[in-house]
Design a protein around this ligand. Sequence first.
Ligand SMILES: [Fe+2]
Ligand SMILES: [Fe+2]
Length: 226
Amino acid sequence: MITVADVKNDEEVKAIMYMAESQIEALGFTEHSVRHSSIVSKWAGDILEQIGADEHRIELAKIAGYLHDIGNSVNREDHAQSGALLAYKILTRMGMDYRDAAAIMMAIGNHDENQGLPVSDVTAALIIADKADVHKSRVRSNTTLMRIENWGNLNIHDRVNLAAEKSGITVNRGTGEIILNIIIDTDKCPVMDYFEIYFKRMQLSRRAADFLGWKFALIINDVRLL
Ligand SMILES: [Fe+2]
Ligand SMILES: [Fe+2]
C-alpha cells in the first residue's frame, strides 16, 4: 500500500504543494503549508487510531490529511473539490488501489465547512484535525509583524491565530469524547472573536464526531464550552 511517507516524497506532490503555498501567500491568507498539512495528517491518523480504526483506514486518513489543501494550487475558491480530484489523479498514478484513492478523494472533497459533510470515518477525522489547527505560527510574519503593534488593525483570522498559544486534539475513551483544547491569550483576542470565525467549523467538527459515534468537546482556557 502507498504510505504517507511515499506521498510526502513524491516530486509531483512537492511541486503542487509548493504552488498551493505560493498562491495562499500571494493572497495573504493564513498559511496552509507543509507545517499545517503535516499536523492535520498526524492528528487525523491519531484520531482514527485512538478510536480503534484499523491500520489501513489510519493510513488513508494520514494521506488525506497531508493532501487536503492541495487544491489551493488551483484556486482558493472550491479548493476542496479541485484538491480532491488532483489527489485522486496523483494517488492512482502512484499505483494506489482505486477504491483507496476514491476514499481519499471523497474525504478531501468534504473537508471545507462551506460544502463539506462527514461522509466517512476518514472524512470525519480529516475535518476534526483540520479545524483544530489554530495557532500563532499560522499567521504570516511578513503580513503581520509590521502591524503587530496594533491588534485592532489585524484581520480577525490573524488576531485569533496569533492569540492561540496552543491547540490540540485528545481522545478520552472513558467519556467517549474527542476534545479540542485551545489556549487563547485573551488580552490579544476575546473568546468571542474565536467563535465568530470558528462557529461553523465547530459545528462541522461536532457532526464529524457524531458520525464516528463519539462526542465533540471544546475546551478553551480550561473552560468547557461545548
Ligand atoms: Fe482547506
Ligand atoms: Fe486545512
